[in-house]
Write a protein that binds this ligand. Structure first.
Ligand SMILES: *Cc1c(COP(=O)(O)O)cnc(C)c1O
Length: 434
């Protein structure tokens, strides 16, 4: 299968190239040329399959032509080494808990899959011994990518993060790992980290010295595997007799997660409709309302992993629907919430149902509460464990939530990082010396 660029000005790429390069030459996002549908018989018995069995069938539709069956099976099974329970919160609202992975957020799925697929592809690259992944993080992406790639042979990861601007829990998830993970503490803000990474990709001398790639959600190997759990979610609801009129609600920032769900629908997944739940960053919400896409600077909120003012996967959704605003609105509706509303939702949900939401999941829960119509049942994605935002959650809910053991384990490690200025010359000199 070949991949084309959403900007339409780059040559078609193989899966290998799309995964190793990340972004197309014309700065567009790669899209698969075909979306293979799954047979109806798959959906007839989906409720009897395990998560891994479901995921392997979906993965084969996307990657089956380009990855050996045995290898793909191993990649899928290794990636999904943790549970994704569907928990009933109210009569018609369910929570798909995607926080049982190593870093307690849904990004573990995509990051673990990408690490393994990249490893598979670089075995064929003769001229380079090692691939170097550069990732800038404001907190969550760095930990998922670092842990996804930990111990993966042939890959070295550099996580750039802004000094003093990530929470201590987040910081320890990528600074204590060692091995093939190097944390770089940049004396600046997140935008400086991102600028250093971008400059590195554009520097010819550096790219001649080492093979560089990126691991953010623009990479097809990170974003497509996220479709797996929508099929799994549907199967769990079908088991409960709720296969008609299912609504999926996705707390969204860069829109990679919901975009993978829309790919699932194209493959035949019988989810009725989707809701994109936003915090105060309402660019997509406004697009649905007006048909105009006006990216703007991001606003800081308590659901900070969704603080995105120019969602990069908008280009994919736009392309998938042939730039047709009415078609997009037919499948997706939107919601936007202030920090106050998010806090209120967390408190009310805890009091009324006993379920502890994190600030991101709270947007999803509330959008379902307000948006479900007669006869519909819905699930929202609980995208992170509330303990990742312990301070905020405890302050709002008056709780003292327990920190899961695997999160505590990170906090016991020794922090190791390389101090760096925000000057590209320093960062380049450092990489040239490696
Ligand atoms: C990244 C993230 C999101 C947003 O996902 P997108 O794919 O960028 O829309 C939501 N919640 C949490 C906890 C995240 O880490």
């Amino acid at each position: 299968m070949k991949y084309y660029s959403t900007n339409g000005k780059a040559p078609l790429a193989t899966l290998q190239k799309a995964v190793v390069k990340g972004l197309a030459e014309d700065k567009g996002l790669y899209m698969p040329q075909r979306i293979n549908p799954l047979p109806e018989s798959f959906f007839d018995t989906i409720q009897d399959l395990s998560f891994q069995e479901i995921a392997l069938q979906v993965a084969t539709c996307f990657f089956g032509e380009d990855v050996e069956p045995d290898a793909l099976r191993r990649i899928v099974y290794d990636t999904l080494s943790f549970d994704v329970p569907m928990v009933k919160v109210t009569d018609n609202i369910y929570s798909l808990e995607l926080f049982h992975g190593p870093t307690l957020a849904f990004k573990d799925v995509g990051a673990r899959f990408m690490a393994r697929l990249l490893q598979y592809f670089i075995k064929d690259l003769q001229d380079h011994k090692e691939v170097n992944v550069l990732v800038a993080t404001s907190g969550d992406t760095g930990s998922a990518v670092a842990n996804g790639f930990l111990g993966v042979e042939g890959v070295h990861v550099y996580v750039l993060y802004p000094k003093g601007k990530v929470s201590p829990i987040q910081e320890c998830q990528f600074t204590t790992l060692g091995r093939n993970i190097t944390a770089i503490e940049v004396d600046g803000v997140f935008d400086d980290c991102q600028a250093l990474v971008k400059s590195a990709f554009m520097d010819d001398e550096l790219n001649g010295h080492m093979l560089l790639t990126s691991a953010n959600s623009i990479n097809v190997a990170r974003f497509l595997p996220q479709s797996f759990y929508y099929f799994w979610a549907y199967a769990q609801l079908k088991k409960q007799g709720l296969s008609d009129n299912v609504v999926a609600c996705v707390p969204s920032g860069n829109f990679g997660n919901i975009c993978s769900a829309l790919f699932g629908k194209r493959m035949g997944l019988p989810i009725h409709r989707f809701i994109a739940a936003n915090n105060a960053n309402d660019v997509f919400f406004n697009y649905l309302k007006t048909g105009e896409y006006n990216p703007k600077a991001s606003i800081q909120t308590i659901a900070n992993a969704m603080d995105v003012g120019a969602p990069s996967n908008f280009a994919r959704i736009y392309d998938l629907y042939g730039k047709d605003h009415a078609a997009i609105c037919a499948d997706i509706s939107g919601a936007t919430y202030t920090d106050e509303q998010i806090a209120q939702t967390m408190c009310e949900c805890l009091q009324e149902t006993g379920y502890q939401l994190d600030p991101h999941g709270a947007c999803g829960y509330r959008a379902l509460q307000e948006g479900l119509r007669e006869g519909e049942a819905g699930f929202f994605l609980e995208t992170a464990h509330p303990a990742k935002f312990k301070q905020v959650v405890d302050d709002i809910c008056g709780t003292d939530i327990e920190i899961p053991a695997r999160l505590q384990a990170f906090m016991k490690g020794t922090k190791q990082s390389v101090p760096m200025s925000k000057d590209f010359a320093d960062f380049k000199a450092y990489l040239m010396s490696r």
